[in-house]
Design a protein around this ligand. Structure first.
Ligand SMILES: [Zn+2]
Length: 402
């Protein structure tokens, strides 16, 4: 068995302790040892570089490629997105991300293709389709009668549109049958859906209670696209594990999240990506552009207050709304818009994200016995500039993939 020695660099173990000078030995896809003066069969010299746990992004959409243009979207061949996903997954891996939560789009075929090594990509937990009420964030029917849906129903991918507790029960069971690792629901309107309002809560408590009960019975956690204050509270009240976006958080919502141990995945990149797309000339509905501008400041402010209040944060970007591969820009935004230090942002991107995803016994820290997903960064962790260009190498289960 070949022992790989990562030699002469600093190690950030993911727990929040500052990086320290150490070697790491990897054998048979696992971390064997960490310390000074270790040896191995094959040595990788890391002077001036930092070894980190393989990074996480807890909110991506591989089947969307950052082109929000309505007409181009309508004219795009249906299956093209699967081929675009190959490039999107490779770009994500190149930026040091070895694990993701797929927040809707990818189905079991996409996940299996990566697992079988047909295409390169991060490990993924898939949600397949986002559950949305009629007229909600996942319902892209427009007044002309046209439907610009991201969520066609096809084998392995049920429709996400659902109304009423009994339909909800059946749909969650369908998603689990089709291989969903996590259930995604929209408990409020959103920015990219032209006909709803991010300040309105979606689904009633009877629907969310059934959703969570069915998910929990199958050992699945639930993630909620939740922007509206009452949509956030309904999600938390019903035991949903993570609030995605969390744009209109008030003090009561923050205290409910603290009581229930609910996670926040802020996706500060997301509204900025919509605004950047519009500025680059993408044709978007005027309501979408208006909503992106309206939420920008309150989103940052909510995030700042959540961090000050002590809410648990895991890194997620909503990549797919914007281009893939720029995921690590989220760390700079998190630090800029809260009291988080760069080290806190790295914890949110490693051990905290692994805890949110329930995989922290195997991933998320550099510790003996853990799977050898490792990312090597050129330079120091406290410098969050040009992170994508500074990813020097990426290992997945002890195999170099970048
Ligand atoms: Zn999303």
């Amino acid at each position: 068995m070949t022992r790989i020695l990562f030699h002469g660099g600093h190690v950030f173990d993911g727990t929040g302790s500052p990086p320290e000078r150490a070697d790491v030995v990897v054998e048979d896809g696992h971390i064997l040892d960490i310390g000074i003066g270790l040896d191995g069969d094959e040595s990788i010299e890391l002077e001036g570089r930092t070894v980190l746990p393989g990074l996480f992004d807890c909110h991506v959409h591989f089947l969307y490629s950052g082109d929000l243009d309505t007409l181009r979207g309508a004219m795009r061949p249906f299956s093209l997105r699967y081929f675009e996903a190959i490039a999107n997954m490779a770009a994500t891996l190149r930026t040091g991300i070895t694990s993701v939560r797929e927040a809707s789009g990818s189905d079991l075929g996409v996940k299996t293709a990566v697992e079988r090594g047909l295409v390169a990509g991060p490990r993924m937990q898939i949600s397949i389709a986002m559950l949305s009420q009629t007229g909600g964030h996942g319902d892209q029917t427009v007044p002309s009668g046209a439907c610009f849906t991201w969520q066609h129903a096809y084998p392995g991918h049920p429709t996400g549109i659902v109304d009423g507790p009994e339909e909800m029960r059946r749909r969650v069971r369908e998603l689990i049958r089709e291989g969903a690792d996590v259930i995604k629901v929209a408990t409020s309107g959103g920015v990219l859906s032209p006909r709803d309002d991010p300040r309105h809560g979606h689904f009633r408590d009877d629907e969310l209670a059934v959703l969570v009960a069915e998910a929990e019975a199958a050992g699945r956690a639930v993630m909620a696209h939740a922007q509206a204050t009452d949509g956030i509270k309904a999600a938390v009240r019903n035991g949903i594990r993570s609030i995605e976006h969390g744009i209109f958080l008030d003090d009561e919502a923050i205290s409910m999240m603290l009581d229930r141990g609910t996670w926040l995945v802020p996706t500060l990149c997301a509204p900025r990506a919509v605004i950047a797309g519009a500025e680059a000339g993408m044709q978007l509905d005027a309501a979408v552009i208006r909503k992106a501008h309206e939420v920008l400041e309150i989103h940052s402010e909510s995030f700042r207050r959540a961090v000050d209040g002590g809410v648990k944060v895991a890194m997620g970007t909503d990549s797919g709304v914007g281009p893939h591969g720029r995921n690590l820009e989220e760390l700079g935004l998190m630090v800029e818009h809260s009291s988080m230090s760069p080290l806190d942002a790295w914890v949110a991107t490693t051990s905290s994200a692994a805890r949110l995803c329930g995989v922290d016994s195997r991933l998320g820290t550099v510790e003996p016995g853990k799977i050898a997903d490792l990312t090597v960064l050129e330079g120091d962790l406290s410098d969050l500039n040009k992170l994508a260009e500074r990813i020097w190498g990426v290992w997945k289960e002890g195999v170099r993939v970048v």
